[in-house]
Design a binder for this molecule. Structure first.
Ligand code: NAP
Length: 283
């Protein structure tokens, strides 16, 4: 694949651009973004070789869409309108149902592969792009049967070359499961950050006492609200369900504290230590 177009050249798109170029130095990476300053930064960082516009997409072998999920829903049909019959289009959105739905009847649906790379950091924009972000990480592919076999093969070769593992899922299950392991963690981190920030207004030196446990638990609260708000909007029902279960657990924990039931608190934590085995297994 020679002409590769990255629509969105922040953390996710920029990191794809770096790894693809490393694997395939003769590829030309074309960048498309809303803001010229973002493209200039991407050029300066050598994430892209050239600036481009949507009208250049007819020359694309591969298009990677890595913009907020609401913007992807709006733009994806136009991208499919503009490509040639042999172009592969992939997205990286953190939700999959609305994105798959908007192109279900598009005449070029078979050119599109719905993906969600389970890789990232709390940083955003072109300066956040890093080499090797995807190595050893899982890429969830949804509705694979709706993509032409030849283009599936090209996508798998690319993901394989940059070190990704593949999981297949339907879009509905993806959105339900990802609400627990990603979306809820972000809300929990944002709200923990908020709770401590509010306390800090009155007690100025509270952050002097913050240790690495606090830093690692609130790390996700540094994430971009512009990226996360559309995710919560698109996955509202699943996210509300996870929040209800989480709030329930917090309330039970508080009730145990109020009743001085520390043996049950010990049990709750000991049972949850099982997460160590799970996390060791997925490293
Ligand atoms: P990012 O670093 O903030 O980059 C976003 C890019 O999208 C920028 O190039 C920005 O360009 C462009 N953009 C922002 N708002 C836009 C809009 N309304 N319309 C068109 N373009 C817009 O974000 P990211 O972390 O790379 O995330 C990109 C996608 O990957 C999202 O769909 C996200 O759900 C998904 N994803 C993220 C992670 C993660 O951990 N961050 C992990 C997996 C998947 P301008 O500066 O020109 O606006």
């Amino acid at each position: 694949m020679k002409n590769i177009f990255c629509i969105g050249i922040g953390l996710i798109g920029g990191s794809f651009a770096i790894d693809i170029k490393n694997q395939n130095p003769e590829a030309i990476i074309h960048g498309i973004s809303r803001k010229d300053e973002t493209l200039n930064k991407a050029l300066e960082l050598q994430l892209i070789d050239k600036k481009a516009t949507l009208d250049d997409l007819e020359n694309a072998d591969l298009v990677i869409i890595s913009i907020p999920v609401d913007a992807t829903v709006k733009l994806l049909p136009t991208v499919l309108d503009k490509i040639s019959d042999n172009t592969l289009v992939i997205d990286a959105g953190s939700t999959k149902e609305a994105i798959c739905k908007v192109v279900e009847h598009h005449k070029r649906r078979r050119n599109f592969l719905a993906c969600h790379p389970i890789a990232g950091t709390e940083n955003s924009g072109p300066t956040a792009a890093i080499s090797g972000l995807y190595k050893g990480k899982t890429n969830i592919i949804c509705e694979v049967e709706k993509t032409t076999f030849k283009l599936q093969e090209q996508a798998l070769a690319l993901f394989n070359a940059i070190g990704m593992r593949i999981r297949y899922m339907d879009a509905k299950s993806h959105d339900k499961h990802i609400a627990y392991v990603s979306h809820l963690s972000h809300i929990s981190s944002f709200m923990l950050g908020k709770t401590v920030l509010e306390k800090e207004k009155n007690e100025k030196d509270i952050f002097d006492m913050a240790g690495s446990g606090f830093a690692s638990t609130v790390r996700l609260a540094k994430s971009s609200p512009a990226m996360w708000t559309p995710i919560f909007k698109q996955n509202k029902d699943n996210v509300i369900e996870t929040l209800e279960e989480y709030i329930n657990n917090l309330q039970q924990f508080k009730a145990l504290m109020q009743k001085d039931n520390f043996s049950e608190i010990f049990n709750e934590m000991e049972n949850t230590n099982y997460i160590k085995q799970i996390l060791n297994g997925i490293k």
